[in-house]
Design a protein around this ligand. Structure first.
Ligand code: DX5
Ligand code: ZN
Length: 220
């Protein structure tokens, strides 16, 4: 599939969500951070706002659910128009069942790991996933510093995916910028979330293209 950039709208002007998304037409996906004040200490938006945004853009939506009990809530995001739904491994009671349910509802199934969660214990279920998200900050807020300690896990995940002959996309989220994207691409990531890097740029769409070019250049 190649390199994909999926800007997070967490740091956009949330009173003008559809306009903000229209400013970044070069995006492959739009990353929507759903936080519930339980799984993470922050609260953003839920199904009604998500569904409205899905109707307001032709760019596919990538829902990142930082919520407790995703087994109960995640399928509704697939029904609300998400092209991809990411739940957290730390929050899911039955991740295999949930991934299958998401796929059955027509969405790409994705699972996220917080920085301290290892990948090896999930190696056997990679075939159930369309994407694996390796968080490179503790989830909850935009604008945090990239955690280099996650790089070996990205490398390990890429090894496991390749060894199993799978086509699972490997996404990174948190502190991704022109300064850090090469390290992530070099470690094997191919889908890049960027929030503050894109929305604090003078020209957000140019930043999306620059990030993509830099990641592509790293792969040679
Ligand atoms: C953090 C969110 C991220 C966040 C990224 O918990 O999951 O998607 O918006 O923002 P930056 O790119 O600023 O770290
Ligand atoms: Zn996110």
């Amino acid at each position: 599939m190649g390199i994909q950039i999926t800007p997070s709208v967490l740091n956009a002007d949330l009173s003008r969500l559809a306009d903000e998304v229209a400013r970044i037409p070069s995006s492959d996906w739009i990353h929507v951070d759903v936080m519930d004040n339980h799984f993470v200490p922050n609260l953003t938006l839920g199904i009604p706002v998500f569904e409205s945004l899905a109707k307001a853009t032709t760019t596919p939506l990538d829902a990142h659910l930082m919520i407790a009990d995703p087994d109960r809530w995640a399928p509704a995001y697939a029904e609300a128009g998400a092209g991809s739904v990411t739940f957290h491994a730390e929050a899911a009671a039955a991740p295999v069942r949930l991934a299958r349910e998401l796929r059955a509802k027509g969405a790409r199934a994705s699972m996220a790991l917080k920085p301290a969660t290892g990948i090896d214990q999930y190696a056997d279920m990679l075939g159930e996933l369309d994407m694996l998200l390796i968080m490179t900050v503790e989830p909850g807020f935009g604008g945090q510093k990239f955690l280099d300690l996650c790089l070996p896990k990205i490398r390990r995940a890429r090894e496991l995916i390749s060894a199993a002959g799978l086509e699972v996309w490997l996404q990174v989220d948190g502190g991704v910028s022109l300064e850090t994207i090469e390290r992530c691409a070099d470690a094997g990531a191919d889908v890049f979330v960027a929030g503050s890097a894109v929305f604090s740029a003078e020209d957000p769409d140019a930043m999306v293209r620059e990030l993509k070019a830099k990641a592509e250049a790293t792969l040679g």
